[in-house]
Write a protein that binds this ligand. Structure first.
Ligand SMILES: CCCCCCCCCCCC(=O)SCCNC(=O)CCNC(=O)[C@H](O)C(C)(C)COP(=O)(O)OP(=O)(O)OC[C@H]1O[C@@H](n2cnc3c(N)ncnc32)[C@H](O)[C@@H]1OP(=O)(O)O
Length: 187
């Protein structure tokens, strides 16, 4: 299966921020209630991230039983969510900007068993105005069917940088129903 994704000709590769922490530095969760990375989200993916080389970040996902789709394997939508989180984190680390997903596509190359540990390497390919082009690939690095040489899935996504006002619209719904305003400025 091959992607229909193509990068534009006028892509600009961003410079790393001057205070970029460098490979291996942990990346904090961007929002405690985030389904991808938050530790205040019991049903979430609870992904961990560190900075990789250049414009790359490295995410880790333990494939828990609750992520099951077909018997014994990860649900495809869960895998897409993990890619979405990783590629969003790559944008945030490279650009120090808030982003939202505009367009996303994933190739599923191999089934991924429950109990395995996925490493997702996600990177910014470049920007065009507010558009951020990203890609990522996943490998099983521990547990069942582990083989770090094999790419089990890959992904391409277009993110769009937004101001914090974007999230103001959702702040009253942070508990799922309209309620007191919450401070989402740290998102
Ligand atoms: C601390 C932070 C941590 C951040 C860490 C992040 C990690 C979290 C990762 C999870 C992220 C999510 O799931 S976010 C949740 C899912 N996504 C969303 O809810 C987004 C919903 N959509 C929107 O809110 C809106 O459509 C926007 C913001 C994407 C765009 O609206 P806008 O602001 O009015 O901008 P607009 O002018 O329309 O578009 C700007 C440019 O992007 C292009 N563009 C817009 N949408 C698309 C699209 N779907 N496909 C292609 N291109 C698009 C336009 O053509 C234009 O290109 P040009 O004219 O310049 O050529």
């Amino acid at each position: 299966m091959s992607s229909t994704w193509t990068l534009p000709d006028d892509l600009v590769v961003p410079e790393l921020p001057a205070d970029h922490p460098g490979p291996g530095a942990p990346i904090p969760q961007h929002w405690g209630r985030c389904f991808g990375c938050g530790d205040d989200q019991p049903s979430g993916l609870k992904m961990d991230f560190v900075i990789g080389e250049g414009l790359e970040v490295i995410g880790r996902l333990e494939v828990a039983n609750r992520f099951q789709g077909g018997p014994g394997f990860i649900h495809g939508g869960i895998l897409m969510t993990a890619f979405d989180e990783a590629q969003g984190m790559a944008c945030s680390a490279a650009l120090r900007a808030a982003v939202v997903t505009g367009h996303f596509e994933t190739d599923f190359a191999r089934p991924i068993p429950l109990g395995s540990v996925l490493e997702i390497r996600a990177r910014v390919e470049g920007t065009v105005r507010r558009k951020v082009y990203t890609s990522a690939d996943a490998r099983i690095v521990d547990g069942p069917l582990a083989d770090p040489e094999v790419v089990v899935a890959s992904s391409s996504g277009l993110f769009v940088t937004v101001g914090h006002e974007h999230f103001e619209k959702g702040r009253r719904f942070a508990d799922g129903l309209p309620g007191p305003d919450r401070d989402v400025s740290a998102f």
